[in-house]
Design a protein around this ligand. Structure first.
Ligand code: PEP
Ligand code: MG
Length: 756
């Protein structure tokens, strides 16, 4: 104990000694036996054991000093079982003064460990994979210090080299109940980007193997770090200047936020500290990366997790620079059907891969709002996130299926599953080709009713879909997305630039901008609204805008300036009463007055309200006197009509949008709008589903706005539909007492040969 306290970290000579043993002569087993002996002595522990992870998620005791020798290669634990299994599963250290009192303690009589009370263990990590666990134990109830844990972690890094070399012989037989390697495995996660793909696994990791762990001279290592950091900054700057998405404002923001991390003092400080403890620069970077992952596993907050994942990306880049590469292309030999598997991925890292070869991405981390998700969506790459342990369960080039829609990942799928998915993917492709053929044809029903089909967008890159699907315009431009990826509130100038680009890209097609819809689940990193029990019904959207008019004013000013000389369409989210709309409009009027004085105003301004709160439906005639148009946000409207949280998986199938109350409510809106002669649109998810869209057309809706991939299917449905006879059916169904009228509508579509 005294010896440790006086230590102040890992003595460099110990690291060198360990390195020499490992690089020296003798069988791997002999070297490992010597290593655990030395560690036990140096750490003043009665026991030091090394467990190595075998295929099938088994941890095998491979060497010990202090436990019974006959337990070596006999004692095994599953990952997740016992304290050792826990350390491997969580990939984090554990230190307990009274280990046996811990609920996860798993007693193995053959080891004779009952006499040892305290235990400290750390994962043996390499390139993000847990290769094993290194444990020390003491007879007394010893309280291990933070410093001792750090020390053992550093030692484990050195040990990782030996374990990774594959020279250690583990017992060949698998433990009871353990899955064999190479077996098919079906994992689930959360849907981040839709789409389906089949391909071969590529493990995202720095392609540089760390050859030296122990440093000869820390000063030399610090100098190497300095050079590599300078190079890293240069590459990031170059990337900011020219990416595949050059010019796309939001992506620039993402990269800029990210560039800031590269200057993070805490991060670089930790790397320097690890170098001073005797590691080489690359080993130090890796150690900090391991720590980052451990922290990431413990953090619930999505925003913080995303920031930590940016750091992980930077760690990888730095490693590449240290290895002498420029960090530009991580995997030159990418197969042409690559499925990228990663703990997490930074947005810039994703852009490093050749888009043409990348079929899908699977992440252990990830969330739909993460930067990488926004970029992946813009590039139309299917992504499944939060797939637990996928990184350690897949081997490079393993065949994989990724089903982004169902949030399912299949590893080494059986032939049958492969065929089913291959067929599904073929059908998707065929359908996409048939929709492409509709591109030049009018969006008109069989009985000659024209319908305006628009896309929902939120990124500049989404606007390319306007041309692809030949949509009429952007029915909903969610302005909050660029705000969400920035680290600070964008000023008027930045907003104006962005909106101008949106309008330029849309050309003659109209764009309806929705003002900032934040609060609820859409949080801005730099704007906290405090905790609310019911955020969806809380201080969000127009409520924040009216209470903090400065933000709305700035946004409207930017919009007015960007639309100089052309039509500007703006709508306000979550309007609950006409008075709110009038108050918001007043702010717009002030901005327009200024613009007129400057002589730089839009040629025409159209102001609308989103109808997402049922109360507004009961004020529609009054609203239609004030507003130029109304757009129904059915996603929010449904949750408020049924008092049913739109984000709750338990309630997802409880109520149906194709039900009598919804049809009645929407039908009344359509009638009131027709009487007033004002445009009524619908821009929630239901507009993009052919059967739901069919019902909306039957109710009288003539303007729909949807995710870009839905334009084709909805147009195909529309061109085969006679609206006139459907109208009577839908009105009749709205008076029914059924839970849902979906099946009746489906049968109708089938009978009329309307593709839904
Ligand atoms: C809606 O609520 O239907 C809508 C279109 O807005 P969002 O999904 O962005 O809340
Ligand atoms: Mg909404």
């Amino acid at each position: 104990m005294e010896k440790m306290a006086a230590w102040g970290g890992v003595p460099r000579q110990l690291l060198r000694r360990l390195r020499d043993i490992m690089a020296g002569a003798g069988a791997a087993q002999e070297r490992l036996d010597r290593v655990v002996k030395i560690i036990a002595a140096e750490m003043v522990a009665e026991v030091c054991s090394a467990y190595v992870r075998r295929s099938g998620d088994i941890l095998e005791l491979c060497a010990t000093e202090g436990l019974r020798p006959e337990a070596v290669h006999r004692t095994t634990l599953r990952v997740g079982e016992g304290l050792v299994g826990d350390i491997a599963e969580e990939a984090r250290p554990l230190a307990l003064a009274d280990a046996q009192a811990h609920p996860n303690f798993a007693y193995r009589p053959e080891t004779g460990e009952e006499i040892f009370h305290s235990l400290m263990g750390v994962p043996i990590l390499r390139e993000g994979r847990v290769l094993g666990v290194l444990v020390v134990q003491n007879r007394t109830m010893r309280h291990y210090t933070e410093e001792e844990i750090e020390t053992l972690e550093t030692i484990a890094m050195v040990l990782a080299e030996l374990v990774a070399s594959g020279e250690l012989v583990t017992r060949a037989t698998a433990g009871p109940g353990a899955p064999e390697p190479g077996m098919p495995l079906r994992l689930t996660g959360v849907r981040i980007c839709a789409g389906m793909a089949m391909g071969r696994a590529v493990l995202h990791q720095p392609t540089v193997a760390i050859k030296r762990v122990v440093a000869e001279d820390p000063e030399i290592e610090l100098a190497r770090l300095r050079t590599a950091v300078a190079e890293l900054h240069d590459t990031l700057d170059r990337m900011l200047g020219a990416t595949d998405l050059a010019g796309a404002g939001e992506h620039r923001d993402v990269l800029e936020a990210y560039r800031m991390f590269a200057e993070d003092r805490g991060w670089l400080g930790r790397i320097r500290e690890a170098i001073r403890s005797g590691l080489t620069a690359e080993a130090a970077v890796q150690k900090v990366q391991n720590d980052t992952r451990v922290r990431m596993n413990q953090i619930e907050d999505d925003y913080l997790r995303e920031r930590l994942s940016d750091l992980e990306d930077l760690n990888n880049r730095l490693l590449m620079h240290l290895a002498g590469g420029n960090g530009a292309k991580p995997a030159a030999d990418l197969p042409d059907d690559a499925i990228l598997v990663a703990h997490n991925l930074g947005p810039a890292e994703l852009l490093d891969y050749d888009r043409k070869k990348l079929r899908a991405v699977v992440l252990e981390e990830g969330s739909p709002t993460a930067h990488v998700s926004i970029v992946a969506r813009a590039l139309d790459i299917p992504v499944v996130g939060r797939v637990k342990d996928v990184f350690s369960r897949v081997d490079p080039m393993d065949p994989m299926i990724v089903d982004g829609d169902g949030a399912i990942v299949m590893l080494r799928p059986a032939e049958e599953a492969r065929q089913t998915y291959a067929q599904g993917i073929r059908q998707r492709d065929e359908r996409a080709a048939s929709y492409a053929k509709l591109r030049g044809l009018p969006a008109e029903s069989k009985d000659g009713v024209s319908v305006s089909l628009n896309i929902n967008a939120g990124l500049l890159i989404d606007l390319s879909h306007l041309e692809d699907g030949n949509a009429d315009g952007v029915g909903l431009y969610r302005t909050e997305i660029p705000f969400m990826v920035r680290s600070a509130f964008p000023d008027v100038r930045a907003q104006e630039d962005l909106y101008r680009q949106v309008l330029e890209r849309a050309g003659d097609r109209p764009v309806t901008f929705r003002t900032l819809d934040v609060g609820g689940d859409k949080l801005l990193p730099y704007f906290t609204s405090g905790h609310e029990d019911n955020p969806a019904m809380g201080w969000r959207a127009i409520r924040i805008a009216l209470d903090r008019p400065f933000m709305l004013r700035q946004q409207l000013r930017a919009l007015v300036r960007a639309a100089e000389g052309r039509e500007l369409r703006v709508m306000f989210p979550m309007i609950a009463e006409v008075a709110e709309f009038v108050a918001a409009r007043r702010i717009m009027e002030l901005e327009l007055e200024h613009a007129l004085v400057r002589g730089k105003a839009p040629s025409r301004v159209r102001l609308g309200a989103m109808l997402e709160v049922p109360a507004l439906g009961y004020q529609l005639p009054a609203l239609l006197r004030e507003a130029d148009f109304v757009s129904v946000g059915s996603n929010d409207l449904m949750q408020f009509l049924f008092a049913s949280d739109r984000g709750s998986p338990r309630l997802a199938d409880r109520y149906d949008v194709l039900s009598p109350p919804v049809l009645t409510f929407l039908g009344q809106l359509a009638d009131r709008a027709a009487e007033a002669g004002k445009p009524l649109a619908l821009c929630g998810e239901m507009a993009g589903r052919p059967l739901e869209a069919m019902a909306l057309l039957g109710l009288g809706f003539r303007i729909l706005s949807m995710a870009p991939p839905s334009i084709g299917p909805v147009k195909a449905m529309l061109r085969k539909l006679r609206i006139e006879p459907l109208a009577a059916l839908v009105r009749a169904l709205s008076r029914s007492s059924e839970h849902s009228v979906r099946e009746t509508l489906r049968t109708y579509a089938r009978d009329q040969e309307v593709p839904i």
